[in-house]
Design a protein around this ligand. Structure first.
Ligand SMILES: Nc1ncnc2c1ncn2[C@@H]1O[C@H](COP(=O)(O)OP(=O)(O)OP(=O)(O)O)[C@@H](O)[C@H]1O
Ligand SMILES: [Mg+2]
Length: 238
């Protein structure tokens, strides 16, 4: 098998004395959807913030396509193709949908390719095209999540990181979003998804990890974990 695209070893991240992530190891392989699932406060966002360079790990290594990321600045990490859709979406509500999408491409200079990528995002999310000149603040929660994903796609990711895209959305909308993630993955983009919605995340992931109190306690294929009695009891309502 080829080397993993992303390889994380013994990652530790702390907020002062709070040891939020206590030595976790995991990887992501090119072409797949992989997930890290866990409850409120387990350390999921902390892990993603460390991958993006927004938090400095206390120890451990993060290798992306063979290169160590832990010493790089956030913008350098984005340039390498690791792009995060933040928790809570972080849409600029007083800008239009188009302006929000263009922000995703602000570091790029390849105008023609940006136009192609914009067209691809709008084909993927027709609702965004319909509302392209409207204010982002007038979008529904699900549409705002789609906008956040679209904006990340315009940064030309090689690995897309998502922090709880299901947050605050009705189940039917969550299914919609996850169907889009599958579609984006089928087009060739590798995805690392962090979720509290354990069932939906394990359904679309080839492989998953369960994090509890800053440690990975279980891992397996998405299907294995969905049927694991410990996962069922703790996360899937018995
Ligand atoms: N800025 C911060 N300062 C201090 N402690 C923090 C900070 N952010 C998170 N924590 C703590 O670190 C731990 C992990 O938090 P984290 O946000 O990574 O969890 P999470 O798995 O993303 O949870 P959620 O599903 O609620 O988003 C928790 O105990 C949390 O209280
Ligand atoms: Mg979080």
């Amino acid at each position: 098998m080829s080397a993993p695209m992303l390889q994380v070893r013994d990652l530790q991240v702390a907020y002062g004395h709070i040891e939020a992530v206590q030595g976790i190891s995991f990887e992501v392989r090119a072409g797949e959807i992989r997930t890290l699932v866990g409850a409120n406060g387990a350390g999921k966002s902390t892990t993603l913030l460390a991958l993006s360079g927004l938090l400095r790990p206390k120890a451990g290594s993060i290798r992306f396509e063979g290169e160590e990321l832990t010493k790089l600045a956030p913008h350098q990490i984005v340039e390498r193709g690791l792009v995060q859709v933040a928790e809570g979406r972080a849409i600029l509500t007083t800008l239009t949908v188009r302006e929000n999408l263009e922000l995703g491409a602000y570091r790029r200079k390849d105008r023609a390719a940006i136009a192609d990528d914009l067209a691809r995002v709008l084909a993927l999310f027709p609702r965004l095209e319909e509302r392209i000149d409207g204010l982002a603040g007038n979008l529904s929660g699900g549409e705002q999540q789609m906008l956040a994903i679209g904006r990340a796609l315009l940064a030309k990711p090689r690995l897309l990181l998502l922090d709880e895209p299901s947050m605050g959305l009705a189940p039917i909308i969550v299914q919609d979003i996850f169907r889009k993630l599958r579609e984006i993955n089928a087009q060739g983009l590798t995805i690392f998804l962090v979720e509290q919605n354990v069932r939906q995340a394990l359904k679309i992931a080839r492989h998953g990890y369960v994090i509890e109190n800053g440690r990975i306690v279980l891992e397996g294929s998405g299907r294995e974990l969905l049927h694991d009695p410990k996962v069922t009891a703790a996360y899937l309502g018995g």
